[in-house]
Design a protein around this ligand. Sequence first.
Ligand code: SF4
Length: 438
Amino acid sequence: METFGCQMNVADTDRMELLLFQAGYLRTPHVEEADLAIVNTCSIREKAEQKVFSLFGGLKPLKQSNPDLILGVAGCLAQQEQSVLMERIPFLDFVMGPDAVEDIQQIVSRVNQGEGPVLWTEFDSQKNYSIPEQTLVKDPGASAFVNIIKGCDKFCSFCVVPYTRGREKSREASEIYGEIRQLVDKGAKEIILLGQNVNAYGKRGLQQPVAFHELLYGIAEIPGVERLRFTTSHPMDFTRELIQAYRDIDILMNHLHLPVQCGSNRILELMRRSHTVEWYMDLIAQLKSEVPDIALSTDIIVGFPGETRQDFEGTLQLMEQVGFGSSYMFAYSPRPNTPALEMADDIPHEEKQERLQETIQLQNRLTEEKGRAFLGQEVEVLIERKTTRKGMSFKGRNPHYWSVVFKGGEDRLKPGDLARVRVEEVGGHVLRGSWAGQ
Ligand code: SF4
């Protein structure tokens, strides 16, 4: 199983793996040994799409030497481009969208019975969003993802998600609490709530209405949850109550990933982001006034159709003003079936790449400045695993979601423990240091 794209896809792959395990399959790291190979795809960027086609180019000889090998494509690209996939990879046995994750056993069984290729990309708009108990992760580790909402109603003009994952649907809070209790029983210490647009939680699809901030307060009551995070949010669904939740809930970590995409109102309007620069900056100011040490990260697109140098400079200015600790930065590429496809993709490739490099350089400087502030400080680290990095013992994350590797404590510490670490060096978005005692 190979996964491209976001954490939603990673979680979907985990669930498919569990269901396939129940159907008798075991994961192998050697594709040559596999009876079944699934690529869980992403269509948010053109690059991810190209990687999928080249991966299947590599799998073709295996299929030729072993016709019983079942090959399938899952995920957003499968949802959106099933006919292109079947045309370019005619030896595929199934193509399934993200909504079909729970049906993977049935899909594989149909292929095994000689039916094929199986296409499974219909949305069931009547179906509530519920994750069957048997697909819940059994061995979560210290930090566990929990899906709370799927789909998106925002329809940003550049984005395929509303078309590939459908409209927003929330999962009942009681089911989410139940899953978190189970995860904690199995050793999880940190819960990361997942969704394309988590803070729209509760707006659609719930029998028992619960708002997103209420869900956070509810999770904070569950014994054993030591850290709580969520990703990704939309600025327009960021309520005053949610800001207060940051202030009130101790286990809600002081980090927020809040995509802004760009720093020009004209381009934001073309992107159909439904907020302005001023609105975003006001939200950030409110957050900083309630939670002064909040760490912020974002998503940036450069070279959107019509973006002038002045628009782009607005983005650089916004990044500097907010002081993001990290950003996911991309050059715009037109995606099939999106409204932006109708706009002339008028920024030359070289210009987009230059703007991207400028953005990356600025972000590197901001990250360095933020990182320097940790030097000499003690930070609390949730240990995720041992590390093989030379001279280092463990890897984990601090509350601000920086990766931390540190030495010491081998005889006392284990994954899942919280450790105090003195920061001695910073490189990129990684802090290095020594155990300072528990
Ligand atoms: S908010 Fe916009 S960018 Fe995010 S998933 Fe929804 S449509 Fe896509």
